[in-house]
Design a protein around this ligand. Structure first.
Ligand SMILES: [Zn+2]
Ligand SMILES: [Zn+2]
Length: 212
């Protein structure tokens, strides 16, 4: 069974999730934006074996610690979708702009596309490409535990910003309604920032996508 624990990291309080298979204790970290010592302490405290890094998209608060973590621990980097290459290329500039420690450059070991799967231990998650906030944004869906790690696509009561280069409002709305809603109203999502919610709750109450 998949389990997870979310640790808010960086000044942006980005929800970095550690996910693991409770039978093998193999773990992946989703969006290690920074605060690596804190993340590694959590992995250690739970007796997990960190094996992979998964990225939803390449904004600095989500991807800033990726290069260092991958190099220091010999981990493969899985994701995001190739549409975010220009954000990866711009990580150094993003670091300066937002006052982050310099982000080490990295090259994803495996790019992701819509319909792909990722695996950790005995658990498999489905990958959906959800552009709009960034062109290469992906989400990770565990049907097994009815959870979706959605990065900055959707928040409780809000949606991702679309005023960055490559952002597009109509594309984001289509990603949410055509690729997230079909996972089911009961599915709980872990957003990149703020509290968890369910797709059903957002369909009813979120002012940006309510009634869709
Ligand atoms: Zn973002
Ligand atoms: Zn973010």
């Amino acid at each position: 069974m998949l389990r997870y624990h979310t640790v808010p990291v960086t000044a942006f309080q980005q929800n970095c999730s550690i996910v693991w298979c409770d039978q093998t204790l193999a773990a992946a970290v989703i969006d290690p934006g920074g605060d690596l010592p804190e993340l590694l302490a959590e992995v250690e405290r739970r007796g997990l074996r960190l094996e992979q890094i998964w990225l939803t998209h390449a904004h600095i608060d989500h991807a800033g610690g990726t290069g260092t973590l991958a190099r220091e621990h010999g981990l493969p980097i899985v994701g995001p979708h190739p549409g975010d290459q220009f954000w990866i290329d711009g990580l150094a500039q993003q670091s300066r702009m937002f006052g982050f420690p310099p982000a080490e450059p990295f090259v994803p070991t495996r790019w992701l596309a819509d319909g792909d799967h990722v695996q950790i231990g005995l658990s498999t998650l489905a990958v959906r490409h959800c552009p709009g906030h960034t062109p290469g944004h992906v989400v990770f869906h565990s049907a097994e535990i009815d959870r979706c790690f959605v990065g900055d696509v959707l928040f409780a009561g809000s949606i991702g910003r679309t005023d960055f280069p490559g952002g597009d409002h109509a594309t984001l709305i289509a990603s949410i309604t055509e690729r997230l809603w079909p996972m089911g109203d009961q599915t709980v999502f872990i957003p990149g920032h703020g509290p968890e919610s369910s797709f059903g709750h957002e369909r009813r109450h979120n002012p940006y996508v309510g009634g869709t």
